[in-house]
Structures are given as C-alpha cells and as structure tokens.
Design a protein around this ligand. Structure first.
Ligand SMILES: *Cc1c(COP(=O)(O)O)cnc(C)c1O
Length: 363
C-alpha cells in the first residue's frame, strides 16, 4: 500500500491485529467455548427441513419480527425491547457506535470494563478510536467495587461492559456489586453480557428495570454458533436508537428462521444439551481437582477456569502436542500466567483432556 493510502488508515489499526483462531486441526478442541454436538437426530432433521424451505432469492425480514417475537415470548418481555444481531459481537459494535458521542471536553468516548474479560469489548472500542479503561477483577474474580466506582467517577464512561457469567473466569459477579455499579453510573449505559447465562444458577434480566441497563444474550454458546444470532434487550426508547445503526439485513434469513425454531420448537433439546454440559462440568471439575497442582474456580459457564502451579504456557503446549487445544492466558503475564480456560466438551473429549493433562502434569 502506498504511503498516501496508508495515511488514510485509522491510527489505532497499527496497534491491532485481526482475530485469527488457531486454524490447525486437533483431535480435541476445547478452546472456543462452543457447545458439544449433542443435538438429537430429529432436531437436526427439523433444522435441515427448515433451511431447505428458504426463499433464497429474497432478502431477509429487515425487522426480524418473527425471531424477535420468539425471543420476547421465551423471556416474557415485549417485542420492542428486543433487537437481533449477527451474534452479540455485532450488537457490541452497534452499542459502541450508537452511544459513541464523546463527553463535552473529551476527544473520544470512554468504555469501562473489567480484566480479564471478553476481548471484543476492548477491540471493538479501539477500532473506533475510543478509550478503554479496564478495572482488574478482585482475587475471587468478582467485580472490584471500589475499583469500578473510582473508574466511573474519574473517567465517566459512555458504556460499562460486565460479562455475567464472565469469560474467561466462568464466575458470576455478585448482584449487589452490579447494582452498586448501576446506581453509581446513572449517566452511563451498563451492558450486562449474559452469553453463558443458560449454564448459570441465576440471571440479571430483571435489572433491565433500570433505565441505563441493557442485556446481551446469544444462541452461540448453547449449540448454534454457526447461526450468528444474538440479542439486545433494553428499553424500547434506547433499542430504537441502536436499531438506526443496524444494517437492515444483518441477520440472514436462514439464521432468523432456524434461530426462531431453536427458541420455539427445539428448546427442550437445548435444555438436554445444557443439562449434559452442566453434569460434565461437575465431573471434569472433580477430575481436574484430583490432578496435582490444579485448582478450579466454580464455573457458571460451559468452560472451566483452571489455575496451574506450573506455568500455563508449558501445560498448554503439553496438551497441544497431545492433540488437545485449550486456551492459555500465559501471554498476559501476572496472575494470568498460571491460568487456562478449558471448554467442557463431550464425555469422550473430556476424558481425552483428563488423560492428556494427567500425562503432562506427571511428566
Ligand atoms: C462468546 C461470547 C460472546 C459472543 O457471542 P456471539 O453471539 O457469538 O457473537 C459475547 N460475550 C461473551 C462474554 C462471550 O464469551
């Protein structure tokens, strides 16, 4: 690219790289928090049948009415409280754009979140030239209330992103702390990202009674990552503003139709899948705790946050050379140098993980 063209690029791009998952092939992939392939034959047949009836020449419903109605009905909320996106990733982008007006005197909007947490909050804000402030979680991986309150006071964020359950820690923030953050930031929009809520013991949907709260949900972590369907739930007055940023045909027709079927017809199948993952999560937790030098945080997601006495990078490489891919946070240093995130897979995958890990830790 010549230097005149290069000068057109946003300066933030120089510090960023594309998000590229490891594309190599592994016998066991437990790195991306995908659900295991446990859908019944009848559910798979129904999905194929619906996909094959798509009117391929037509644009999708620009307002995604039937899908939004299915979400509203499943959550007992109103249709105008719901916006659908191509995954919650897209909705994060829509929120950052719609609510991106800098405060008077600032040159860019400020985004507040925690660390460690889901990386897309930071990446999506940075590509927009927004300022990102990250408050470390406390030593139980809960919100640091003092830290959050100080950051709200000092940097007056446009948006505050809190993942509940949090990725990569699998922990739920305590409700009192979330409420204290909401109360302390009446002039910010608090985004409660519940991507993993179907695996959790409680949800925060009721907190949408606060004017400044929105909730994110997705089908990605319960078996439908391929569809790219996510939801924003919030006050109609805010949802309708965010909707102006959305591309009219953002969610493909197949995804709208199949997403609706998942919510309306196939939810019993999804519940079976969730129960199987939760029961495997318990079994794998016990299996990990029986291995030397490991401890496991209580998980409310479909993955485990594992502390290794050994450096996480060494354990990660040991597993990888045995065909098992997990996520390591050793590159981030500090207390994360000993942390792995391991997705709960099928019983066979989990057994392969435990066997490989046993070998790595005793070699
Ligand atoms: C996976 C994940 C998402 C992204 O979900 P999509 O709907 O697939 O875009 C959002 N938030 C968190 C915390 C996640 O871990």
């Amino acid at each position: 690219m010549n230097s005149t063209l290069r000068a057109l690029l946003r300066s933030e791009l120089a510090e960023l790289s594309s998000y590229v998952p490891d594309a190599a092939s592994y016998a066991v992939r437990l790195d991306a928090n995908e659900a295991p392939p446990l859908l019944s034959e009848s559910a798979l047949a129904r999905l194929s049948e619906l996909a094959s009836s798509t009117a391929w020449q037509r644009y999708p419903d620009a307002r995604a009415v039937a899908l939004r109605e299915a979400v509203a009905s499943r959550l007992s909320i109103a249709v105008d409280e719901v916006l659908v996106g191509a995954g919650s990733d897209e909705i994060i982008n829509l929120l950052l754009t719609a609510l991106g007006n800098p405060r008077p005197g600032d040159s860019a909007a400020t985004i507040l979140t925690t660390t460690p947490t889901f990386v897309m909050y930071r990446l999506s804000a940075r590509v927009r030239g927004q300022r990102v402030v990250e408050v470390p979680l406390d030593d139980t991986w809960d919100l640091s209330l003092a830290g959050m309150l100080r950051a709200i006071d000092m940097c007056r964020p446009n948006l505050v992103f809190i993942a509940a359950p949090n990725n990569p820690t699998g922990t739920l923030p305590s409700v009192e702390r979330v409420e204290a953050v909401i109360d302390a930031a009446p002039d910010s929009v608090i985004v409660l990202d519940e991507a993993y809520v179907d695996y959790a013991s409680r949800d925060l949907l009721a907190l949408r009674r606060h004017e400044n709260v929105v909730v994110l949900r997705t089908l990605s972590k319960v078996g439908f990552a391929a569809l790219r369907v996510g939801f924003l739930i919030g006050r109609p007055s805010l949802v309708s503003e965010v909707d102006k940023v959305r591309s009219p045909y953002n969610v493909p027709a197949v995804s709208q139709r199949l997403g609706r079927a998942v919510l309306e017809e196939l939810w019993p199948d999804v519940r079976v899948l969730i129960d199987q993952v939760v029961s495997e999560r318990q079994r794998v937790t016990l299996g990990l705790q029986a291995l030397p030098g490991l401890s496991v945080a209580e998980s409310h997601g479909n993955f485990l946050w594992v502390r290794t006495e050994r450096l996480a990078g060494e354990v990660f490489e040991g597993l990888r050379s045995r065909g098992v891919l997990v996520r390591s946070f050793h590159g981030r240093g500090g207390r994360l140098a000993h942390q792995l995130r391991i997705t709960v897979g099928t019983a066979q995958e989990n057994d392969a993980l435990l066997t490989a890990l046993g070998e790595v830790l005793t070699s």
